[in-house]
Design a protein around this ligand. Structure first.
Ligand code: MN
Length: 440
C-alpha cells in the first residue's frame, strides 16, 4: 500500500536524509546496532541519512504510541525477530510513526528533534550486527537467465532440467555461517576432482560470489498449515542483500545427487539494513512474463494479484576491489548490474511453495532468491557466468585479470529501487574480503 510515508515531498530534520543517500525518509530500513566500543547493548534502529534512529530509546522516551509503541517495545533486542513475530499492522504503524517523528514539519518531529542527542546515533560510530537470528535459511534458484546459462555449460542442448518451469528449485542452506557485511571470508579448503582426476584436498581455486536478495520472514506459519499463495506475500517482513559465496570446484564434485553442501556452507554474507515490504510498495511490478511455450504455474502457485504486482523491481550491482586497487587508491569497479524483477518466481511463490508441504517458516527465517542474472553480459550475477567457468577471464581497468576471486579481493553488493514519481531508496551494501586459506 502506498501511503503518506512514500510521499516525494517529505523532508526530514535529519539533514543527511535529504542528500545523496540510500536512506532517505521514504526508506526507513531496520537493523541491529550499537555504538562501537561504548559497552552498549545491541538494539534495533532505523537508518535515516547518515544517522540511526534508536527505536528502543524512542519507545523508552514515549515518542511512540498504540501499535507502534508495542512494536517499539520489541526493539530493545539484539535481533529483529521479536518485532518480526508481531502482526504486520505493528510494523506498518511503526513505520508511519517513525516517518512523522523524522519529518521537519510535524509536531511529532518537533518533539523528536529536541531529543536528538539521545535518539540519534551516527552510522560512522556504529557497528551493525546480523539483522535477524536466522533459524533456517533456504536458497532458491529463481533466475531463469542464471539457470539457463549455468545449465548450458553442462548440457548445451537442454540447459534447463524438466522441472525448472514447474517448481521453484531450492535447497536448505546453513544459517550458522551467516555473517554480517564487513566480516572477512576465509577461502575454504575441500575435496576437488578437476576433470575427473583422483580427488584431492586443496584450497578452492574457483572461489565465486553470487549476487542475491534475501527475503526475511515475519510472522511465519504453523507446522502442517500451508500458506495459500494469496497470503504468502504477507509473511515477508523485508529484504536485504545476500552474497552466497561459492567454491565452484568443490561444488562440481560434491553436488550430485543431493545438491550443494560444503561448497556453500563456509560463509554467506548479509547486508545489515532490512528494507521492509512496506518501503518496497512503490516498486512492486508484475511477475516476469513467461515464454509463450512455458507452462502456467500450478494452482497453488497462481494468484491474480501476485501475477499483476508480485514482482519487486530492485537493481543489484556487484563491485570488486582488489588488493592492488586498494594499494593504488583506486575505487571499486562494477562487474554487473541485474534486476530482481526478472526472476521467474515471485517472492510469494517461493513462500507458497516452501510451505506447501506443511513446513513451518518462523520469524527471522531467510529465503535467498538465488543468483540474480539477466540476459545481458553485464547482468551476470556471479563469476561462473561472467567468465564462462573461468574460460574467458575478465580484464579489470588496471590490467589485472580475474577468472575467480583471489585472496584479498573485496566483493561489494549494492542495491537500490528507482521509479518515476517516487524517491529512490537503497538497500545499502553487503561486503566481504577474501582471506587466504588456513594452513593446516
Ligand atoms: Mn545461491
Amino acid at each position: 500500500m502506498i501511503d503518506e510515508t512514500h510521499g516525494t515531498g517529505l523532508a526530514s530534520w535529519v539533514e543527511s536524509a535529504d542528500g545523496d543517500t540510500d536512506f532517505p525518509i521514504q526508506n526507513l530500513p531496520l537493523g541491529v546496532f550499537r555504538r562501537r566500543d561504548a559497552g552498549e547493548p545491541w538494539r534495533v534502529g532505523m537508518a535515516i541519512g547518515h544517522e540511526i534512529l534508536d527505536l528502543a530509546e524512542a519507545a523508552h522516551s514515549g515518542l511512540l504510541d498504540g501499535a507502534a509503541s508495542r512494536a517499539g517495545s520489541r526493539c530493545a533486542s539484539p535481533s529483529l525477530n521479536a518485532l518480526m513475530a508481531l502482526d504486520p499492522v505493528h510494523w506498518s504503524a511503526l513505520r508511519v510513526q517513525a516517518s512523522r517523528l523524522l519529518r521537519a514539519d510535524t509536531p511529532e518531529g518537533e518533539r523528536a528533534r529536541r531529543l536528538r542527542a539521545s535518539i540519534l546515533a551516527p552510522q560512522a560510530e556504529a557497528e551493525l550486527a546480523l539483522p535477524a537470528a536466522v533459524g533456517d535459511y533456504t536458497d532458491f534458484y529463481a533466475s531463469l537467465s542464471h539457470a539457463t546459462l549455468v545449465g548450458s555449460f553442462f548440457r548445451p542442448d537442454h540447459p534447463l532440467l524438466p522441472n525448472y518451469k514447474w517448481i521453484p528449485i531450492g535447497y536448505h542452506g546453513r544459517s550458522s555461517s551467516l555473517v554480517p557485511s564487513g566480516t572477512p571470508v576465509r577461502r575454504p579448503t575441500g575435496q576437488v576432482s578437476p576433470d575427473g582426476a583422483t580427488p584431492r584436498v586443496q584450497p578452492t581455486a574457483r572461489l565465486d560470489y553470487e549476487a542475491e536478495v534475501g527475503f526475511l520472514v515475519g510472522t511465519g506459519n504453523a507446522l502442517g498449515e500451508p500458506v495459500p499463495i494469496a497470503q504468502a506475500g504477507h509473511l515477508l517482513f523485508g529484504v536485504c542483500l545476500l552474497n552466497d559465496w561459492s567454491a565452484r570446484d568443490i561444488q562440481a564434485w560434491e553436488y550430485q545427487p543431493l545438491g550443494p553442501f560444503l561448497s556453500k556452507s563456509f560463509a554467506t554474507t548479509l547486508s545489515p539494513w532490512v528494507v521492509t515490504m512496506d518501503a518496497l510498495a512503490p516498486f512492486r511490478v508484475p511477475a516476469a512474463s513467461r515464454g509463450a511455450d512455458d507452462p502456467a504455474p500450478l494452482p497453488y502457485l497462481t494468484d491474480p494479484a501476485d501475477h499483476s504486482s508480485g514482482g519487486v523491481d530492485a537493481r543489484v550491482e556487484v563491485w570488486l576491489r582488489t588488493a592492488r586497487m586498494r594499494a593504488d587508491d583506486q575505487p571499486a569497479v562494477r562487474l554487473s548490474s541485474s534486476s530482481l524483477a526478472a526472476m521467474y518466481w515471485t517472492p510469494a511463490q517461493l513462500v507458497a511453495h516452501q510451505t506447501s508441504n506443511g513446513c513451518n517458516l518462523r520469524p527471522g527465517d531467510l529465503l535467498g532468491s538465488g543468483t540474480i542474472s539477466g540476459e545481458a553480459r553485464d547482468a551476470r550475477g556471479c563469476l561462473l557466468e561472467l567468465t564462462r567457468r573461468g574460460s574467458e577471464p575478465l580484464m579489470l581497468p588496471n590490467g589485472e585479470m580475474r577468472s575467480f576471486l583471489e585472496d584479498w579481493d573485496e566483493v561489494i553488493l549494492r542495491g537500490h529501487c528507482e521509479r518515476d514519481g517516487f524517491a529512490r531508496i537503497g538497500l545499502g551494501a553487503c561486503s566481504g574480503i577474501v582471506l587466504p586459506a588456513s594452513r593446516t
